[in-house]
Design a protein around this ligand. Structure first.
Ligand code: PLP
Length: 501
């Protein structure tokens, strides 16, 4: 027999969410837990001390049939999840680009999860839409970018750059949106230019857009890993002679391997001569432009067409939040806007709708956390922290330079140091030396990382394995930088004494 309306209603009282009392209790507990975690994070191993498959083996293979108490779930965060974490918020995390979450950022994420806004149309998210426009204009002003640049939030720089290249392609007026690229005799090979040091996300964006990897021409760099503008100009001319269509240049401010800065003032006139789009990948280093005396790193960008920077890298914003500044929002919109009847609104011609500017329909309310971060730290507070990270990097580089057994391998314009151990052995061929130093540096890095006391990563420069120390965490102080230097020098000594045995 079916339920009467009355009995169905009483049944419903067992449905729905956690009670607000319970939410309040566990909410307080979780905030306390996070405060303890951040307070004592120094005591945890930076790199997860687990083997592949360890966590999976400890998790049930099937879901629970019945709900479990929050106490049990939270206990399992301690017991199972914590040991399998690599702690990105650890002050001795120096790998890749060191990043930092922050208390106002965490609060922003919490509120955003509570609001659960899908920022797709203005009316589904007036606060998200308008706060995003305002906060990105604040950030633009803090970086000294000109008012012609309009900001838009994506999740990552990979996605921001892919959208920038799509807008650039829309600008070539070849009806690619309507007719695609395959099976067309009338379409020349479209070319994008980036330095050989550009991030792999540029190539991935090109693959995703169906341009094909051969659309990317990698331009060699100089001895400081900056794009050679003269070789860029030659490459474009040569491609044009071969009937190709050069349409986009990607310059990098803060390359991933060394944080080198491409010579944008030299690249600008080349792009302009050929009516090409200039996209600037400042995912890492763009944040440094909020430091007034470092604004010059974006010199020339007042003539760029688009620029990406990642507040989730060096602006103390929890992952994820990437900003694309673009001078031609109309082209971005033309490339992506598609409004079916069920999304049509009376105000659509007067307002911005997030879904018009990318592949996503719904978007998270990310502007909230950036707004809270900028307000809490202020422009001065953000600049002071970035300035301090640069000072610490210079300090570390000075120790490396002062030691005969170590060398700095690239200029240090920001807070990343590329360096390696280079102890001499007499009577060694240069080939044997190169191999020995690669193995030595790799083993030092693995030993430091295995210690759990610090985490470093590496790259290859001119075929040499080079270690990278990146500083970008709010909790990193001189004490941590000194400690990792001591660890490195101790590991080098240990390898000497092992070799002598
Ligand atoms: N561009 C540069 C210069 C980077 O260093 C990185 C990542 O480190 C990216 C792009 C990709 O960033 P995301 O993880 O936000 O896609």
């Amino acid at each position: 027999m079916s339920d009467s309306p009355k009995s169905a209603e009483s049944k419903n009282s067992d449905l729905g969410d956690m009670s607000t009392d319970e939410f309040r209790r566990f909410g307080h507990e979780i905030v306390d837990w996070i405060a303890d975690y951040l307070e004592h994070i120094d005591d945890l191993p930076v790199l997860a001390q687990v083997e592949p498959g360890d966590l999976k083996a400890r998790l049930p293979a099937s879901p629970p049939e019945k709900g479990e108490p929050m106490e049990t779930i939270l206990a399992d965060v301690d017991r199972l999840i914590l040991p399998a974490l690599t702690h990105w918020s650890h002050p001795s995390f120096f790998a890749y680009f060191a990043t930092s979450t922050s208390a106002p950022g965490i609060f922003g994420e919490l509120l955003s999860a509570a609001f659960d806004v899908k920022s797709m149309l203005w009316r589904t998210s007036p606060a998200s839409t308008e706060l995003e426009e305002v906060v990105l204009d604040w950030l633009r002003q803090m970086m000294g970018l000109d008012a012609g640049m309009s900001g838009f939030i994506y999740d990552t720089a990979s996605v921001s750059s892919m959208h920038a290249i799509a807008a650039a392609r829309e600008g070539v007026e070849m009806r690619i949106r309507e007719e695609g690229m395959s099976g067309r005799q009338d379409l020349p090979l479209l070319r994008v230019y980036a330095s050989e040091q550009a991030h792999s996300s540029i190539e991935k964006g090109i693959i995703t857009l169906g341009l094909g990897q051969r659309a990317l021409r990698k331009i060699p760099t100089d001895q400081h890993f900056r794009m050679r503008a003269d070789l860029l100009a030659e490459a474009i001319k040569e491609d044009k002679q071969n009937g190709f269509l050069p349409f986009c240049i990607v310059a990098t401010v803060g390359t991933t391997s060394t944080s080198s800065v491409d010579p944008i003032p030299e690249i600008i006139p080349i792009g302009e001569e050929h009516a090409m789009w200039l996209h600037v990948d400042a995912a890492y280093a763009g944040s440094a432009a909020v430091v007034p005396e470092m604004r010059d790193i974006l010199k020339g960008c007042d003539r760029a067409d688009s620029l990406v920077l990642n507040p989730h890298k060096w602006l103390f914003t929890p992952f994820d939040l990437s900003v694309l500044y673009c001078r031609h929002m109309d082209l971005l919109r033309r490339a992506f806007s598609l409004v079916p009847e069920y999304l049509r609104t009376p105000e659509q011609d007067k307002v911005r709708s997030g879904s018009d500017y990318g592949v996503q329909l719904g978007r998270r309310f990310r502007a909230l956390k950036l707004w809270m971060i900028i307000r809490y730290f202020g422009h001065e507070g953000l600049a002071a922290r970035i300035r301090e990270h640069c000072r610490l990097a210079q300090l570390f580089a000075s120790w490396v330079e002062a030691s005969p057994d170590w060398e700095v391998k690239a200029p240090v314009p920001f807070a990343l140091v590329c360096f390696r151990a280079c102890p001499e052995l007499t009577g060694e061929t240069s080939e044997a030396r190169a191999r020995r130093l690669d193995l030595l540096n790799e083993s030092i890095m693995h030993a430091v990382n295995a210690s759990g006391k610090a985490f470093l990563s590496h790259t290859k420069l001119n075929d040499e394995l080079v270690l990278r120390l990146s500083i970008g965490n709010l909790r990193t102080t001189e004490k941590h930088v000194r400690a990792v230097w001591d660890l490195l020098t101790r590991e080098l000594q240990r390898s000497h004494s092992d070799a002598a045995k």
